[in-house]
Design a protein around this ligand. Structure first.
Ligand SMILES: Cc1cc2nc3c(=O)[nH]c(=O)nc-3n(C[C@H](O)[C@H](O)[C@H](O)COP(=O)(O)OP(=O)(O)OC[C@H]3O[C@@H](n4cnc5c(N)ncnc54)[C@H](O)[C@@H]3O)c2cc1C
Ligand code: SF4
Length: 347
């Protein structure tokens, strides 16, 4: 029997890679450090996904189901890789439970870490209970409890969504755009208005990056159909007058200071490099790029390659990615694995 392929990380990218490899008869060992598969959309309880509108638990849950139900995929939960040695076609790994497994190749699908907005203290997260993150609002919606102010459970009458929290911010060393949060925020705004039609939703932005086909589906639709208001601004701070939260800053279109009260302030948090990346880089002997995401060997030639032959990478491990691109990269990495394993077998 051929050696299994080690897939590390059971999010959309890892699930896609594992399924693609198993569907051509390859054995896969899927290593996931948490107690469930599904990655960020399941672990963080996302609600309806962009752009399909499907609930995350159905869309990504379906991907989990087909991998868990596949006899060729050996799923190891609550597990990490401690050591990894060898050459393409003949690697061996030691896992955190001390078991040893052989592998033909490895695919790192270890994703990202959500930005923690306590690192942006002037915007009120961690100080005021009713300053929350997009993931918290996703959870309020997906749990069926509805969007409420954590301080007292009331329905918010006025909601502000602040974009680029932990992205495009050189002061805190996060220069990158997290790619999906403009679209996710427009979508969340529409979901809030659907549930609470009397609630006013404002989105504070630097630029709107509802890229590609998302411009009319999210940016224009959220304004024209759902009456969400967009304020081009620079935010100074989020404070409280004792009753409501106050978002203070400058309206950069009219160049005037603005100070507007809200019941709920939502941070559209960005995608940080996985906090494990230094360790992963050392265990798998692969290079990181300048921001500490995992580095791709090349952009066009072998997109799934890393600096180490036989070790591949896919999804948000390489930088901010959407779910559909992460899935596509997982499948591309599976193809690259098959190619290198057939070369190794021929030698
Ligand atoms: C608030 C928010 C909402 C979003 N909504 C959407 C949306 O609607 N549509 C969309 O296209 N994109 C959305 N995204 C982006 C989406 O989360 C990513 O595209 C997607 O999760 C990337 O999949 P992945 O498999 O690469 O990584 P992840 O989902 O991060 O999965 C990585 C997996 O690897 C595991 N792992 C990590 N380190 C290790 C390790 N050392 N050993 C073993 N396992 C490990 C993790 O536990 C996790 O299960 C959103 C992002 C945010 C922040
Ligand atoms: S996608 Fe939008 S909110 Fe997210 S970092 Fe880029 S510009 Fe900011």
């Amino acid at each position: 029997m051929s050696k299994p392929v080690l897939v590390i990380g059971g999010g959309p990218a890892g699930l896609a890679a594992a399924h693609a490899l198993a569907s051509v008869g390859r054995n896969v060992t899927l290593i996931e450090k948490e107690d469930r598969l599904g990655g960020a959309p399941i672990l963080s309880g996302y609600a309806k996904l962009v752009p399909s509108g499907e609930w995350a638990k159905d869309a990504i849950g379906g991907m989990v189901g087909r991998v868990e139900g596949n006899g060729l995929v050996d799923v190891r939960l609550n597990t990490t890789v401690k050591a990894f040695d060898g050459t393409p076609g003949a690697f061996s790994a030691i896992l955190s439970d001390e078991s040893k497994i052989d592998a033909g190749a490895a695919v790192l699908c270890t994703g990202f870490t959500h930005f923690d907005p306590v690192n942006k203290p002037e915007w009120g997260f961690g100080t005021f209970q009713d300053v929350v993150t997009t993931t918290q609002v996703e959870q309020m919606i997906s749990s069926g409890n509805g969007v409420r102010c954590p301080s007292d459970g009331r329905k918010p009458k006025r909601v502000a969504i602040l974009l680029c929290v932990g992205s495009r911010d050189r002061q805190i060393g996060r220069e990158w755009c997290s790619k999906v949060c403009c679209t996710v925020s427009s979508n969340l705004g529409m979901e809030i208005r659907e549930e609470l039609p009397d609630t006013h939703v404002y989105i504070y932005y630097m630029d709107i990056r509802t890229f590609g086909l998302y411009e009319d589906l999210y940016y224009w639709r959220s304004q024209e159909e759902f009456k969400i208001k967009y304020i081009k601004s620079r935010i100074a701070k989020v404070t409280s007058d004792g009753e409501r939260l106050i978002v203070k800053g400058e309206d950069t279109l009219v160049k005037r200071p603005i100070s507007i009260p809200f019941d709920l302030v939502v941070h559209a948090i960005g995608m940080d490099p996985n906090v494990d990346n230094l360790l992963l880089s050392s265990v798998f002997d692969v290079e990181l790029e300048g921001h500490q995401f995992l580095k791709r060997a090349s952009t066009y030639d072998s997109m799934a390659g890393t600096s180490r032959p036989g070790v591949f990478v896919a999804g948000a491990a390489t930088g901010p990615e959407t779910i559909d691109d992460s899935i596509a990269q997982g499948q591309a990495a599976a193809m690259a694995v098959l190619s290198i394993l057939s070369q190794a077998a021929a030698e």
